[in-house]
Design a protein around this ligand. Structure first.
Ligand code: FUB
Length: 327
Protein backbone atom coordinates (compact mmCIF):
# COMPACT_ATOMS: atom_id res chain seq x y z
CA UNK A 1 0.00 0.00 0.00
CA UNK A 2 1.26 3.51 -0.82
CA UNK A 3 2.47 5.49 2.17
CA UNK A 4 0.26 8.26 3.51
CA UNK A 5 3.09 10.79 3.70
CA UNK A 6 5.59 11.00 0.85
CA UNK A 7 7.02 14.54 0.84
CA UNK A 8 9.49 13.72 3.63
CA UNK A 9 10.41 10.52 5.50
CA UNK A 10 8.30 10.05 8.62
CA UNK A 11 8.06 7.36 11.31
CA UNK A 12 6.52 6.56 14.71
CA UNK A 13 3.18 8.25 13.89
CA UNK A 14 1.03 9.34 16.82
CA UNK A 15 -2.44 10.22 15.57
CA UNK A 16 -5.15 12.17 17.37
CA UNK A 17 -8.41 13.83 16.43
CA UNK A 18 -8.24 17.54 17.21
CA UNK A 19 -10.63 20.21 15.93
CA UNK A 20 -12.44 17.62 13.75
CA UNK A 21 -9.34 16.51 11.82
CA UNK A 22 -6.76 13.77 12.22
CA UNK A 23 -3.43 15.24 13.34
CA UNK A 24 -0.31 13.11 12.91
CA UNK A 25 2.79 13.70 15.04
CA UNK A 26 5.61 11.59 13.55
CA UNK A 27 9.39 11.44 13.85
CA UNK A 28 11.10 13.14 10.89
CA UNK A 29 13.67 10.69 9.48
CA UNK A 30 16.60 12.16 7.58
CA UNK A 31 19.63 11.05 5.57
CA UNK A 32 22.74 10.25 7.59
CA UNK A 33 26.14 8.62 7.17
CA UNK A 34 25.79 6.92 10.55
CA UNK A 35 25.85 3.16 9.92
CA UNK A 36 23.02 0.91 11.11
CA UNK A 37 23.62 -0.47 14.58
CA UNK A 38 21.43 -2.10 17.24
CA UNK A 39 21.71 0.99 19.41
CA UNK A 40 19.68 2.95 16.84
CA UNK A 41 22.33 5.67 16.32
CA UNK A 42 21.21 5.92 12.67
CA UNK A 43 17.90 7.46 13.81
CA UNK A 44 19.47 10.89 13.97
CA UNK A 45 16.46 13.15 13.74
CA UNK A 46 16.64 16.88 14.44
CA UNK A 47 13.12 18.32 14.13
CA UNK A 48 9.40 17.56 14.07
CA UNK A 49 6.74 18.29 11.46
CA UNK A 50 2.99 18.01 12.12
CA UNK A 51 0.51 16.75 9.51
CA UNK A 52 -3.28 16.89 9.33
CA UNK A 53 -5.99 15.43 7.15
CA UNK A 54 -9.77 15.58 7.10
CA UNK A 55 -10.24 12.26 5.28
CA UNK A 56 -8.71 8.81 5.65
CA UNK A 57 -11.12 7.03 3.34
CA UNK A 58 -10.49 7.93 0.62
CA UNK A 59 -7.07 9.08 1.71
CA UNK A 60 -6.27 12.71 1.16
CA UNK A 61 -2.66 13.83 1.02
CA UNK A 62 -2.14 15.21 4.52
CA UNK A 63 -1.18 18.85 4.93
CA UNK A 64 2.39 19.30 6.14
CA UNK A 65 2.34 22.13 8.69
CA UNK A 66 6.14 22.36 8.54
CA UNK A 67 8.72 22.34 11.32
CA UNK A 68 7.08 22.84 14.72
CA UNK A 69 10.09 22.16 16.97
CA UNK A 70 13.82 21.57 16.45
CA UNK A 71 16.79 20.50 18.57
CA UNK A 72 18.28 24.03 18.73
CA UNK A 73 15.08 25.25 20.41
CA UNK A 74 15.19 22.63 23.19
CA UNK A 75 17.58 23.98 25.84
CA UNK A 76 18.40 20.61 27.44
CA UNK A 77 18.59 18.37 24.34
CA UNK A 78 21.64 17.32 22.34
CA UNK A 79 20.35 14.97 19.62
CA UNK A 80 17.99 12.25 18.43
CA UNK A 81 14.46 13.59 18.51
CA UNK A 82 12.72 10.21 18.53
CA UNK A 83 9.06 9.19 18.61
CA UNK A 84 6.79 12.04 19.80
CA UNK A 85 3.17 12.29 20.88
CA UNK A 86 0.70 15.09 21.54
CA UNK A 87 -2.21 15.80 23.87
CA UNK A 88 -4.86 18.46 24.39
CA UNK A 89 -6.05 19.76 27.71
CA UNK A 90 -7.38 23.02 29.13
CA UNK A 91 -7.20 24.87 25.80
CA UNK A 92 -3.52 24.02 25.13
CA UNK A 93 -1.72 21.46 22.99
CA UNK A 94 1.27 19.56 24.36
CA UNK A 95 3.98 17.95 22.25
CA UNK A 96 5.91 15.25 24.14
CA UNK A 97 9.22 14.02 22.80
CA UNK A 98 12.29 12.01 23.81
CA UNK A 99 15.81 13.28 23.13
CA UNK A 100 19.27 12.68 24.50
CA UNK A 101 20.32 15.27 27.03
CA UNK A 102 23.81 16.82 27.03
CA UNK A 103 25.13 13.71 28.88
CA UNK A 104 23.70 11.37 26.23
CA UNK A 105 20.87 10.10 28.43
CA UNK A 106 17.37 9.92 26.98
CA UNK A 107 14.82 12.15 28.75
CA UNK A 108 11.30 13.19 27.83
CA UNK A 109 10.44 16.80 27.17
CA UNK A 110 7.26 18.77 26.65
CA UNK A 111 6.57 21.74 24.42
CA UNK A 112 3.38 23.79 24.56
CA UNK A 113 1.33 25.42 21.81
CA UNK A 114 -2.02 27.08 21.24
CA UNK A 115 -2.94 25.13 18.12
CA UNK A 116 -2.60 21.43 17.20
CA UNK A 117 -0.18 22.35 14.42
CA UNK A 118 2.09 24.38 16.67
CA UNK A 119 4.41 26.11 16.86
CA UNK A 120 5.42 24.55 20.17
CA UNK A 121 7.70 26.11 22.78
CA UNK A 122 9.84 23.67 24.72
CA UNK A 123 10.01 23.83 28.50
CA UNK A 124 13.57 24.61 29.65
CA UNK A 125 14.07 21.24 31.38
CA UNK A 126 12.90 17.69 30.62
CA UNK A 127 9.99 16.31 32.66
CA UNK A 128 11.34 15.69 36.16
CA UNK A 129 11.89 11.97 36.74
CA UNK A 130 11.54 11.10 33.04
CA UNK A 131 13.83 8.66 31.26
CA UNK A 132 14.03 6.43 28.18
CA UNK A 133 11.95 7.04 25.03
CA UNK A 134 8.63 6.86 23.19
CA UNK A 135 6.20 8.91 25.29
CA UNK A 136 2.53 8.24 24.56
CA UNK A 137 -0.25 10.08 26.34
CA UNK A 138 -3.78 8.98 27.01
CA UNK A 139 -6.40 11.37 28.39
CA UNK A 140 -9.18 9.34 29.99
CA UNK A 141 -12.88 10.20 29.91
CA UNK A 142 -12.63 11.73 33.40
CA UNK A 143 -9.91 14.13 32.17
CA UNK A 144 -7.00 12.34 33.92
CA UNK A 145 -3.96 12.22 31.62
CA UNK A 146 -1.43 9.39 31.66
CA UNK A 147 1.96 9.04 30.04
CA UNK A 148 3.35 5.67 28.94
CA UNK A 149 6.99 5.42 27.90
CA UNK A 150 10.10 3.27 27.62
CA UNK A 151 12.15 1.37 25.10
CA UNK A 152 14.87 -1.29 25.35
CA UNK A 153 18.40 -1.33 23.85
CA UNK A 154 19.06 2.14 22.32
CA UNK A 155 16.08 3.41 24.29
CA UNK A 156 17.98 2.74 27.57
CA UNK A 157 15.04 1.27 29.55
CA UNK A 158 17.26 -1.61 30.71
CA UNK A 159 19.52 0.91 32.48
CA UNK A 160 16.81 1.48 35.13
CA UNK A 161 16.57 -2.00 36.65
CA UNK A 162 17.62 -0.63 40.06
CA UNK A 163 14.90 2.04 40.20
CA UNK A 164 13.35 5.01 38.45
CA UNK A 165 16.10 7.49 39.22
CA UNK A 166 19.04 5.13 38.98
CA UNK A 167 20.69 5.07 35.56
CA UNK A 168 23.10 2.13 35.38
CA UNK A 169 25.66 2.75 32.60
CA UNK A 170 26.69 -0.93 32.76
CA UNK A 171 23.47 -1.69 30.86
CA UNK A 172 23.88 0.99 28.16
CA UNK A 173 23.73 -0.39 24.62
CA UNK A 174 21.66 -3.06 22.91
CA UNK A 175 21.16 -5.25 25.99
CA UNK A 176 18.29 -6.44 28.13
CA UNK A 177 17.71 -8.85 31.01
CA UNK A 178 17.64 -12.50 29.99
CA UNK A 179 17.64 -15.97 31.57
CA UNK A 180 15.29 -18.74 32.64
CA UNK A 181 12.38 -17.47 34.71
CA UNK A 182 13.44 -13.80 34.41
CA UNK A 183 10.49 -11.50 33.83
CA UNK A 184 10.57 -9.00 30.95
CA UNK A 185 10.89 -5.31 31.75
CA UNK A 186 7.63 -3.41 31.45
CA UNK A 187 6.90 -0.05 29.90
CA UNK A 188 6.61 2.77 32.41
CA UNK A 189 3.52 4.87 33.16
CA UNK A 190 2.67 7.86 35.30
CA UNK A 191 -0.27 10.18 35.78
CA UNK A 192 0.31 13.69 34.47
CA UNK A 193 -0.36 16.78 36.56
CA UNK A 194 -3.24 19.10 35.68
CA UNK A 195 -0.85 21.42 33.80
CA UNK A 196 0.41 18.39 31.79
CA UNK A 197 4.05 19.27 32.45
CA UNK A 198 5.00 16.88 35.25
CA UNK A 199 4.49 13.39 36.54
CA UNK A 200 1.88 13.24 39.28
CA UNK A 201 3.14 10.55 41.66
CA UNK A 202 5.43 7.59 41.14
CA UNK A 203 6.42 6.21 37.77
CA UNK A 204 5.11 2.63 37.69
CA UNK A 205 5.94 -0.44 35.65
CA UNK A 206 3.25 -1.74 33.30
CA UNK A 207 2.89 -5.49 33.60
CA UNK A 208 1.81 -7.66 30.68
CA UNK A 209 0.55 -10.99 31.97
CA UNK A 210 0.52 -14.29 30.15
CA UNK A 211 -3.19 -15.26 29.89
CA UNK A 212 -2.36 -18.87 30.85
CA UNK A 213 0.08 -18.47 33.75
CA UNK A 214 -1.27 -15.06 34.92
CA UNK A 215 2.39 -14.16 35.46
CA UNK A 216 4.39 -11.47 33.64
CA UNK A 217 5.67 -12.35 30.16
CA UNK A 218 9.19 -13.74 30.40
CA UNK A 219 12.24 -11.79 29.25
CA UNK A 220 13.22 -14.47 26.75
CA UNK A 221 9.77 -14.48 25.13
CA UNK A 222 10.82 -12.06 22.40
CA UNK A 223 7.65 -12.69 20.37
CA UNK A 224 5.52 -11.15 23.13
CA UNK A 225 7.65 -9.10 25.50
CA UNK A 226 7.42 -5.28 25.52
CA UNK A 227 10.27 -3.60 23.63
CA UNK A 228 9.13 -0.04 22.74
CA UNK A 229 6.31 2.03 21.16
CA UNK A 230 3.75 1.98 23.99
CA UNK A 231 0.26 3.22 23.10
CA UNK A 232 -3.13 3.11 24.85
CA UNK A 233 -6.68 3.40 23.59
CA UNK A 234 -10.02 2.54 25.14
CA UNK A 235 -12.83 0.59 23.48
CA UNK A 236 -16.09 -0.43 25.20
CA UNK A 237 -14.58 0.32 28.61
CA UNK A 238 -11.46 -1.84 28.05
CA UNK A 239 -7.97 -0.30 27.93
CA UNK A 240 -5.81 -1.62 25.09
CA UNK A 241 -2.05 -1.30 25.64
CA UNK A 242 -0.24 -1.87 22.33
CA UNK A 243 3.49 -2.04 21.71
CA UNK A 244 6.34 -3.25 19.52
CA UNK A 245 8.31 -6.42 20.26
CA UNK A 246 11.46 -4.87 18.74
CA UNK A 247 13.82 -7.55 17.47
CA UNK A 248 10.92 -9.86 16.49
CA UNK A 249 9.17 -6.91 14.76
CA UNK A 250 5.55 -7.50 15.83
CA UNK A 251 2.96 -5.02 17.00
CA UNK A 252 1.06 -6.67 19.86
CA UNK A 253 -1.59 -5.68 22.38
CA UNK A 254 -2.77 -6.49 25.88
CA UNK A 255 -5.97 -5.49 27.69
CA UNK A 256 -7.04 -4.34 31.14
CA UNK A 257 -9.91 -2.66 32.97
CA UNK A 258 -7.40 -0.25 34.54
CA UNK A 259 -5.21 2.25 32.61
CA UNK A 260 -2.24 1.33 34.84
CA UNK A 261 -2.75 -2.39 34.30
CA UNK A 262 -1.90 -5.13 34.83
CA UNK A 263 -2.69 -5.92 31.19
CA UNK A 264 -3.26 -9.41 29.82
CA UNK A 265 -1.61 -10.32 26.52
CA UNK A 266 -4.20 -10.37 23.72
CA UNK A 267 -2.40 -11.07 20.44
CA UNK A 268 -0.74 -9.48 17.44
CA UNK A 269 -1.96 -6.44 15.55
CA UNK A 270 0.60 -6.34 12.74
CA UNK A 271 3.16 -8.80 11.33
CA UNK A 272 6.69 -7.53 10.55
CA UNK A 273 7.00 -4.78 7.92
CA UNK A 274 9.99 -3.87 5.75
CA UNK A 275 12.57 -2.32 8.10
CA UNK A 276 13.82 -3.18 11.58
CA UNK A 277 11.48 -0.99 13.60
CA UNK A 278 7.72 -1.06 13.79
CA UNK A 279 5.81 1.61 15.71
CA UNK A 280 2.22 2.70 15.62
CA UNK A 281 -0.76 4.50 17.10
CA UNK A 282 -4.51 3.92 17.00
CA UNK A 283 -7.24 6.51 16.63
CA UNK A 284 -11.02 6.55 16.30
CA UNK A 285 -12.11 8.95 13.57
CA UNK A 286 -15.68 9.33 12.36
CA UNK A 287 -16.66 6.11 14.18
CA UNK A 288 -13.98 3.93 12.57
CA UNK A 289 -10.68 2.76 14.04
CA UNK A 290 -7.38 3.41 12.25
CA UNK A 291 -3.90 1.98 12.75
CA UNK A 292 -1.05 4.33 11.88
CA UNK A 293 2.39 2.75 11.54
CA UNK A 294 5.52 2.98 9.40
CA UNK A 295 7.62 0.88 7.04
CA UNK A 296 10.59 1.36 4.70
CA UNK A 297 8.88 0.58 1.37
CA UNK A 298 9.29 4.11 -0.03
CA UNK A 299 13.05 4.21 0.64
CA UNK A 300 13.49 0.68 -0.74
CA UNK A 301 14.34 -0.74 2.68
CA UNK A 302 16.74 1.92 3.99
CA UNK A 303 16.23 1.34 7.68
CA UNK A 304 16.43 4.92 8.94
CA UNK A 305 14.21 6.33 6.14
CA UNK A 306 10.70 5.27 7.05
CA UNK A 307 7.23 6.33 5.86
CA UNK A 308 3.88 6.54 7.60
CA UNK A 309 1.11 4.16 6.57
CA UNK A 310 -2.51 3.92 7.71
CA UNK A 311 -5.00 1.04 7.69
CA UNK A 312 -8.41 0.44 9.19
CA UNK A 313 -8.78 -2.07 12.01
CA UNK A 314 -11.65 -3.52 14.03
CA UNK A 315 -12.47 -4.93 17.45
CA UNK A 316 -14.31 -8.22 16.95
CA UNK A 317 -17.23 -9.41 19.11
CA UNK A 318 -14.78 -10.75 21.73
CA UNK A 319 -12.88 -7.46 21.81
CA UNK A 320 -9.91 -8.87 19.87
CA UNK A 321 -8.12 -6.52 17.48
CA UNK A 322 -8.34 -7.66 13.86
CA UNK A 323 -7.30 -6.01 10.60
CA UNK A 324 -9.95 -7.69 8.43
CA UNK A 325 -13.58 -6.68 8.86
CA UNK A 326 -15.24 -9.24 11.18
CA UNK A 327 -18.35 -11.05 9.89
O1 FUB B 1 12.39 6.51 15.56
C1 FUB B 1 13.37 6.19 16.51
C2 FUB B 1 12.97 4.99 17.30
O2 FUB B 1 12.75 3.89 16.43
C3 FUB B 1 11.65 5.13 18.03
O3 FUB B 1 11.73 5.92 19.18
C4 FUB B 1 11.35 3.70 18.26
O4 FUB B 1 10.07 3.44 18.70
C5 FUB B 1 11.66 3.12 16.90
O5 FUB B 1 10.60 3.27 16.01
Amino acid sequence: MAPLITNIYTADPSAHVFEGKVYIYPSHDRETDIKFNDNGDQYDMADYHVFSTSSLDPQETPTDHGVVLKTEDIPWASKQLWAPDAAYKNGKYYLYFPARDKQGIFRIGVAVGDRPYGPFKAEPEPIKGSYSIDPATYVDDDGQAYMYFGGLWGGQLQCYQKGNDIYDPEWAGPKEPTGEGVYSMGARAAKLTEDMKEFDGEVQEIQILDPETKKPILADDHDRRFFEAAWVHKHNGTYYFSYSTGDTHFLCYATSDNPMGPFTYGGRILEPVLGWTTHHSTVKFQDRWWLFHHDCELSGGVDHLRSVQVKEFYHDKDGKIVLGKPE
